[in-house]
Design a binder for this molecule. Structure first.
Ligand code: CP
Length: 307
C-alpha cells in the first residue's frame, strides 16, 4: 500500500548524520503516523534477516516486531549455528542472504563502521540497517529517542538535554549528541569526567549532575558498560556511582515539573538510576521501547517503499 508521503532517499540506514533535519523530521513524522495507525506497511513478499553479533534484546526483537508488523517474512539467524563459525566473513554472509532473496539485513556488530565494505559493493541488492556498530552509532535508537522527545515537547529547538554516564563507550551518546545538536537542542554531558569523549566536546559541555538537574528538559541516562571496563568495581561501588553520578530520588525531586527521564536500556537498577525511578511518572524508558517498534517500521518503510 502506498503511503502517499514524501519518501527518503538512500538504500541503507547507517547513521542519522546522513539525513538533513527535514528528512529526520519526516522519519519522526512517519514513526508517529505508524504509531497512530495513520500509516501502514504491507511488505508481504519481502524478506528480512537480523544478524546480531553482539547481545541484544530490544533492538533485535523490536526490529523483528517491526518487520512482522510491516508484513515481512523474517528468517532466523544465530551466529553460533551459522557458517560464521567456519570462518565465513560478514561480507560473504550478507552476499549469501542477498543471493537467496533477502531484501533487508539488520546488523549489530562489535566493529565500528562494519558496513563500509558492504555498502561499497557494486550492485548490492539488499538494504543494510545499522543495529549498532561498536562504539560508533546506534541510529535506530536515536530515531526512537527523537520520536519520544518530539512526542513530549513538539520541538527540539533550545531544549536542554543532558547525556549522563558512560559517554566514551556509548554509541547512543554519540548518535544522539550529533543529531540533537543538528536539530537545535542544547547538549550537556555529565558523569565521571574521565569517561567523557573528547570528540563530543564540540556538541556540548561537561557539567556536574547537581548543577544540571534542575535545568534540563531531558535527562538521558546511559548504561554503565561493565563489559567494557576492566577494573570498574575497584573504581566505584554501585552505591558510590549512584550517589556521585546517578539519578537518586533526591535529585529526581529537583527536576523541572515537565522534564523527563530517558535511558536506552538495559538499565543497571541502583547504578545509573535508583530502582524506584525506573517506572516513575517522568520516566519514558518503557515508552522508548514501545516507540522503537514504530520508529523501525518507519525506517523499513523508507528503505523498501518504491515510490
Ligand atoms: N537499547 C538497546 O540497544 O538495547 P539492546 O542492547 O537490548 O538492543
Amino acid at each position: 500500500m502506498k503511503n502517499g508521503v514524501q519518501q527518503l532517499e538512500g538504500r541503507h540506514f547507517l547513521t542519522l548524520n546522513d539525513y538533513t533535519p527535514d528528512q529526520v523530521h519526516t522519519l519522526i513524522d512517519h514513526s508517529l503516523k505508524f504509531k497512530l495507525g495513520k500509516l501502514t506497511a504491507q511488505f508481504h513478499d519481502r524478506y528480512a534477516v537480523n544478524l546480531f553479533f553482539e547481545d541484544s534484546t530490544r533492538t533485535h526483537k523490536s526490529f523483528e516486531m517491526a518487520e512482522r508488523k510491516s508484513g515481512m517474512q523474517v528468517l532466523d539467524f544465530s551466529p553460533e549455528t551459522s557458517s560464521i563459525k567456519k570462518g565465513e566473513s560478514l561480507y560473504d554472509t550478507v552476499k549469501t542472504f542477498e543471493a537467496i532473496g533477502v531484501d533487508l539485513v539488520v546488523i549489530r556488530h562489535g566493529q565500528e563502521a562494519f558496513y563500509e565494505e558492504l555498502i561499497h559493493t557494486p550492485g548490492l541488492n539488499c538494504s543494510i540497517v545499522n543495529g549498532g556498530d561498536g562504539a560508533g552509532q546506534h541510529p535506530s535508537q536515536s530515531l526512537l529517542d527523537l520520536m519520544t522527545i518530539y512526542e513530549e515537547f513538539k520541538t527540539f529547538q533550545n531544549l536542554k538535554i543532558a547525556i549522563a554516564g558512560d559517554i566514551r563507550h556509548s554509541r547512543v551518546a554519540k548518535s544522539n549528541a550529533q543529531i540533537l545538536k543538528k536539530l537545535g537542542a542544547e547538549i550537556y554531558f555529565t558523569g565521571p569526567e574521565e569517561w567523557m569523549d573528547a570528540s563530543l566536546q564540540t556538541y556540548g559541555t561537561h557539567v556536574e549532575m547537581d548543577a544540571l538537574i534542575d535545568k534540563v528538559d531531558v535527562l538521558m541516562l546511559l548504561r554503565v558498560q561493565h563489559e567494557r571496563h576492566s577494573n570498574l568495581e575497584q573504581v566505584f561501588s554501585k552505591e558510590d556511582y549512584l550517589k556521585k553520578y546517578g539519578l537518586t530520588v533526591e535529585r529526581e525531586r529537583r527536576m523541572n515539573e515537565k522534564s523527563i527521564i530517558m535511558h536506552p536500556a538495559p538499565v543497571n537498577r541502583g547504578v545509573e538510576i535508583a530502582t524506584e525511578l525506573v517506572e516513575c511518572q517522568r520516566s519514558r524508558i518503557f515508552k522508548q521501547m514501545e516507540n522503537g517498534v514504530y520508529a523501525r517500521m518507519a525506517i523499513i518503510d523508507s528503505l523498501l517503499n518504491e515510490h
